[in-house]
Design a protein around this ligand. Sequence first.
Ligand code: NAD
Ligand code: DAU
Length: 344
Amino acid sequence: MPAKAAGGYSRAMQRILVTGGAGFIGCNFVHYIMEHTTQHVTVLDKLTYAGNVESLSGLQSERFTFIKGDICDAVLVDELTESVHAVVHFAAESHNDNSLEDPRPFLETNLAGTFTLIEAARRHGKRFHHISTDEVYGDLALDDPHRFTENSVYRPTSPYSATKAGSDMLVRAWVRSFGLKATISNCSNNYGPYQHVEKFIPRQITNILDGNRPHLYGNGRNVRDWIHVQDHSSAVLAILEGGRLGETYLIGADGERSNREVVEMLLSLAGQPRDAYDLVTDRPGHDLRYAIDSSKLRRELGWSPRFPDFEAGLADTVQWYRDNEHWWRPQKAATESKYAGQGH
Ligand code: NAD
Ligand code: DAU
């Protein structure tokens, strides 16, 4: 383990605080930590439209506490941060389309919320891990031979990615100015169970299950670099355990696919013609391509994805949505009517 990581985190620490643990990636991380460590996990989550306590059902109660609250609530955040050994910060407004409709909650949660957390972490000298996104680096041309690295220039393009970029900058400044014991990870697009039906893959899976045609923005040629959410969780744990303080790690699983390819795979899995989709109005400012070079993480921490087969992971995800209609059905109609209002 690198020397600087000694000031960081170890599985022997007993208590961690996970913000946004009722959301898609946060809840999968909480399940992962409960399974792979003996730690006590406290989740702090506001339960916005994107949070769902049902995603955390079945967890051992003596090792798990759920607190409904806002990461912008400085008094609550201070009290919870003091009571744990490390903070893993997932909470965010996370959907680009929503940020184009109403950016304000993105500024509040992603910027003011992160500020509130890092102030508490520095006051109490706690280890902090900040979850961020590859979108802070803007987008790539389809034929660009390069992928994003830790040295790529920040070029966010949407209100969502601008606020995530700002939150990364706050964490970096707190490391340098106040010695905050922090690491940052920037991950590519996640897929897997418990993802809200507003997001691309669950939206198309549930459209197909409902007998409706998938909707592709623009010409469908935009590329995303897909990673299974369990691989994101294992990477975050590896960074917590072995990451060098002050460093950024990019997380990705070499999963580049165009949106059109993904929809064609989903239609094939459902036994439908591969062209049974509709092209709809494009997202304004739609980023063309994201692609992650995760060699630093692999080289320094020995991490590698356990679910590198995207098609197999997608088939499992389709099955999860088939088996868990009770989980997604309550959000489906409202989500689709919101999209209809946006012209999608
Ligand atoms: P999500 O929208 O599914 O979940 C966000 C969670 O945060 C919800 O449970 C919500 O209730 C909670 N939350 C929102 N505002 C809050 C506040 N003010 N106080 C407390 N809780 C609040 O998001 P996700 O897709 O799970 O993303 C989690 C993190 O990972 C985000 O920081 C996102 O930027 C980052 N990320 C996501 C992806 C992806 O593909 N989804 C990829 C890379 C990075
Ligand atoms: O790259 C990481 C980012 O991935 C995260 O930071 C974000 O939180 C997460 O939401 C995701 O952002 P995207 O904008 O890439 O994800 P989304 O699921 O919204 O869309 C994926 C692609 O699919 C994108 O090119 C837009 C397109 N799309 C989306 C929807 C909802 C469609 O073609 N049709 C749709 O109905």
